[in-house]
Design a protein around this ligand. Structure first.
Ligand code: EPZ
Length: 419
């Protein structure tokens, strides 16, 4: 296991390139299973979760070929079985995304039930109910989802909760179903739109992706294609917060500013001076201290839950006080205790963290618990006085590509060491 040793206090300066979106590339990799010929995906971020998804597809018999540094070719025609084993699924919940494609393309799937995780119980009942509505026979026994169906039939599905991977699973299943499916109360996240664009390039008939009603007219088959994954809006937001709280001047390139408008609005409310271009965003703090803000997380286009922990750090060192309310997951304030250990004036009541900005945090040994909490502890270390050791950073490697290299490129004093 590794740790990150950070010496805080240095304003970040310079520019970095944003990688492809983790939460786009995972469903897009799974969608390769729907094709009757190879697909090539470009701008793939080097993340542990991507490796896990590639191992999962490979374990089923798909042929994967790594292209130049950020491309992967997947040949699904060599698939041997439709089983996603516990050993792999337990390390990455997004493995559930193979369920819809396997069922739609091969009429059978056996996928380990993803357990809960640190941030919540995270059930997959809506995935299962939606596939049943399309005619799938699904049993959940011995920790596995066993699904079969001669051919899925189009259905109108109203999802009681907005679910990103639920929307993605059902959209992929509907792409090869017989007849028309309508997904209502669908997730509107940019990652859903990215997946829809990939499916349409493969020959799917999909309308309304990005709105809360997606209509899919099933087709007989989908062909291989090439596709470039869009920029990671959460990585973008994370680095913008790093620039803001370190009171420096940074530019993030190869970004997609339109995909994180709610985050940019909150940064501006916090007094962060932003310059926004077509595919870049610059933060220029001129050594100013950010102001604390109130926010509430909610499904896109509202403020993303995946940026909540990072804004807890911003409020911890901002001028004034702010309340941050988490409405998507039931247990996503694990970073609060760790920030308290660094001196933050933060206390959680129910699903709201009340935070009073202080002049500075103090470096401390801290422990990552989930992907975005880990990112927030790194941000805290960047601005704390003294040294911070962030342990269990395997969490961070799941979703951020070479984070310490990118931060070091911006002048941060950070190094990865064996733990
Ligand atoms: C996706 O998770 C993202 N992961 C998460 O990012 C993100 O936090 C989340 O969407 C919300 O934006 C990927 O895309 C791989 P949900 P997902 O289904 O799809 C409840 C990160 O840090 N729900 O939208 O699993 C669920 O419990 C990760 O990159 C049901 O009740 O989230 C939650 O309260 C963390 N039944 C709410 O819906 C279901 O069948 C939203 O969850 C499905 C979900």
């Amino acid at each position: 296991m590794d740790k990150l040793l950070i010496e805080g206090g240095k304003p970040l300066e310079g520019s970095i390139r944003i990688s492809g979106a983790k939460n786009s590339v995972l469903p897009i990799l799974a969608s390769a299973l729907l094709a009757d010929s190879p697909v090539t995906i470009h701008n793939v971020p080097h993340l542990n979760d991507v490796t896990t998804m590639m191992n999962l597809l490979g374990s089923m018999g798909a042929e994967l070929t790594l292209g130049d540094k950020m491309s992967i070719e997947i040949d699904p025609t060599t698939l041997k079985d439709c089983i996603a084993p516990y050993e792999l699924v337990k390390t990455m919940r997004a493995s559930i995304l193979v369920l819809g494609p396997l069922l739609a393309r091969f009429g059978y799937a056996e996928v380990s039930l993803p357990g809960g995780c640190a941030i919540g119980s995270r059930p997959v009942n809506l995935h299962i109910e939606g596939l049943r509505a399309m005619g799938a026979e699904i049993d959940v026994e011995n920790g596995y989802i066993k699904a079969s169906c001669k051919r899925l039939k189009g259905a109108r599905i109203l999802m009681e909760t907005v679910t990103v991977t639920g929307t993605e699973n059902l959209m992929m299943a509907a792409a090869l179903a017989e007849g028309v499916s309508v997904l209502e109360n669908a997730a509107r996240e940019p990652e859903v739109v990215d997946l829809a664009k990939m499916l349409i390039k493969m020959g799917a008939h999909i309308e309304g992706a990005g709105t809360d009603t997606i209509t899919i007219e099933g087709v007989e088959k989908l062909k291989g294609t090439q596709f470039r994954v869009s920029a990671d809006r959460i990585e973008t937001g994370t680095f913008l917060v790093a620039g803001a709280i370190s009171r420096g001047k940074i530019t993030v390139k190869d970004a997609d500013p339109e995909s994180l408008e709610a985050v940019l609005n909150k940064l501006e409310q916090a007094g962060v001076d932003l310059n926004v271009g077509k595919d870049w965003i610059e933060v220029d703090m001129r050594n100013k201290r950010p102001k604390a803000i109130d926010l509430k997380t909610a499904p896109y286009p509202a403020f993303p839950t995946d940026m909540q922990a990072q804004f807890c750090v911003l409020n911890s060192v901002a001028e004034g006080a702010g309340a941050i309310t988490e409405t998507v997951f039931e247990n996503r304030f694990m970073h609060a205790q760790e920030l308290q250990r660094m001196g933050a004036d933060i206390h959680v009541e129910g699903n709201t963290a009340f935070i009073k900005g202080i002049d500075h945090l103090n470096g401390a040994p801290v422990m990552a618990t989930d992907l975005r909490a880990s990112a927030s502890l790194i941000l805290a270390g960047l601005v704390a006085v003294g040294e911070t050791n962030v342990h269990r950073i395997y969490h961070i490697d799941r979703g951020y590509e070479r984070i310490e290299e990118k931060l070091a490129q911006l002048g941060a004093r950070i190094q990865r060491l064996p733990d």
